[in-house]
Design a binder for this molecule. Structure first.
Ligand code: TMP
Length: 235
């Protein structure tokens, strides 16, 4: 398979077309942004680590019944994916209060939720990805009710699978963001799953092992990503 032209450059990744119209290549950059790109920086080797972590997590989810866009990891920074028609709804699932939920509800970070919370955000950088509900999704015609039922079901199943996966590796899965897309009439899980898109806390020390170290200038960012990569990638 051959890499062709750059289709899109995002904040952390570049998407390339290939000679197969059904496949694209995701290139993982070291660039990091936060607060809708108001804060910019680089996290050394982040792209390499996120590519590997995403590979392991996509394979684990596929094996357990979640259809994903993952095809294969090509090299350090590149992954082959099925080309999706991306649904413009970012799906966040939460197990522990943190980030914008702590702010919105005036709750302390760290409170364990009695059940997972699933939230939807409109994927629109110019608007800063505002939170939306099913009525907005219908009115904006972002996805059908049937698609959203499937997506919510997948998000909750991903939650069960990844919570257990991380728990076995001494990590609490606090929350995470997923993106889905359409492919030949099917809904597939897309994008990436990594410490940029998840909050991960060490179970023993409660130390943050994710992009909050960058967002909040906590230091030891590369070290935290490397430790997640080590725990996720070891058999
Ligand atoms: P939030 O608490 O800031 O709403 O973030 C919830 C989760 O979503 C957290 O794990 C980080 C992830 N996330 C992204 O992947 N991209 C984003 O643009 C934002 C705001 C959050």
């Amino acid at each position: 398979m051959e890499k062709r032209e750059k289709l899109y450059e995002g904040k952390a990744k570049i998407i390339y077309s290939t000679d197969d119209p059904d496949l694209i290549i995701q290139y993982f950059k070291d660039d990091a942004t936060a607060f809708n790109a108001l804060k910019k920086g680089t996290i050394e080797s982040k792209g390499i680590m996120n590519n590997k972590i995403s590979e392991v997590l996509f394979k684990h989810l596929e094996k357990n019944g979640i259809p994903t866009h993952f095809v294969e990891r090509l090299d350090d920074r590149e992954m082959v994916n099925k080309k999706l028609d991306i649904i413009l709804v970012e799906v966040v699932a939460r197990n522990i209060v943190a980030g914008s939920l702590a702010k919105r509800l005036g709750k302390e970070e760290g409170e364990v939720l009695p059940m997972p919370i699933v939230e939807y955000y409109y994927k629109d950088d110019a608007l800063g990805d505002p939170m939306i509900n099913m009525d907005h999704i219908r009115a904006l015609n972002l996805a059908t009710d049937e698609e959203m039922d499937k997506i919510r079901g997948y998000a909750l199943k991903v939650n069960d699978l990844l919570r257990k996966f991380f728990d076995d590796r001494g990590i609490d899965l606090v929350d995470y963001k997923l993106e889905f897309g359409r492919h030949n009439g099917e809904i597939l899980l897309g994008d990436e799953i990594c410490p940029d898109t998840c909050r991960l806390w060490d179970k023993a020390t409660h130390e943050k092992m994710d992009k909050d170290r960058f967002r909040q200038d906590l230091g030891k960012i590369e070290e935290a990503y490397a430790e997640v990569c080590r725990r996720v990638c070891e058999e």
